[in-house]
Design a protein around this ligand. Structure first.
Ligand SMILES: [Fe+2]
Length: 267
């Protein structure tokens, strides 16, 4: 089973109305172009589905989600995508645009099984805070979903990382949350938010953060630097485990050679 993991597409119909994004994005670095580039490349592979770990839209307006959905429908309609809500995905517009329902706290959480693999989405986005939080209601629902193992295991999606190096960035979770993760059939935790491709363990499970599709972020003690580094992960679930491959979209990579398989000799 093969799937894509992309994150932080930050789609916007027009980036020019905002002082920061009008400087960051020109015709070449427009995040919608990177999304188009990825979806066009993905056509060449046989992905069963995709994961989009939040910040689908930059300002969370209806037209931005329409552009996201239209772009996907135009370029990769045969690949379904599972998504979670990021801090840029404003609650009400997100529910309306993506045609999903909230739980009792107006959080978007969901669980589906695809060819024996369970795909769980949590909602870590808060209205008035940049970093993430998981509610008790979400933890209880997660524990219920995870009670019985799935045939091929489970993957978990949420926007904010559960583990992070600097203090105060990791998602705030209720007591007992890490144990729920640890005592489960979770094969991988897929996140975004920081715009930096990284792996770290949480509750004994591997957390995979994708590079953003929109722009890269490098953190220094007194400044966040935004770059044109963009990327995504491609994932392969085999009898030997879950492989996560990291790819960069920009700067552009150039093919400089090739070798026919099977290889002959020791090159
Ligand atoms: Fe983001």
């Amino acid at each position: 089973m093969k799937f894509l993991h992309l994150s932080d597409t930050h789609v916007r119909v027009d980036y020019q109305g905002n002082a920061l994004t009008s400087k960051m994005f020109n015709q070449e670095s427009n995040p919608v172009l990177r999304l188009r580039q990825l979806l066009e490349d993905a056509k060449k592979e046989d992905f069963d589905f995709a994961l989009v770990t939040g910040d689908l839209a930059h300002e969370g307006e209806l037209a931005d989600y329409e552009l996201f959905k239209q772009t996907w429908q135009e370029l990769l309609p045969e690949v379904p995508y599972y998504f979670c809500r990021g801090n840029h995905d404003r609650r009400e517009v997100f529910f309306e645009a993506m045609a999903v329902q909230g739980n009792e706290n107006d959080e978007y959480i969901a669980c589906d099984v695809v060819n024996g693999l369970r795909i769980i989405r949590l909602d870590s986005a808060q209205d008035a805070h940049h970093e993430g939080k998981i509610s008790v209601a979400q933890m209880e629902q997660l524990a219920e979903w995870l009670q019985e193992p799935a045939e091929k295991g489970t993957i978990l999606l949420q926007h904010h990382p559960l583990a992070w190096e600097e203090e105060g960035i990791a998602t705030e979770v209720p007591s007992g949350f890490e144990e729920v993760i640890a005592n489960s059939d979770i094969l991988g935790i897929f996140v975004g938010h920081i715009h930096q491709g990284t792996t770290i363990q949480y509750g004994g499970k591997m957390q995979h953060m994708a590079e953003a599709i929109s722009f890269g972020v490098d953190e220094y003690p007194d400044v966040s630097i935004f770059t044109n580094r963009t990327g995504y992960n491609s994932c392969s679930l085999t009898k030997n485990g879950l492989f996560v491959y990291h790819h960069y979209l920009s700067p552009q990579q150039t093919v400089i050679g090739s070798l026919k398989k099977p290889f002959e000799g020791n090159f």
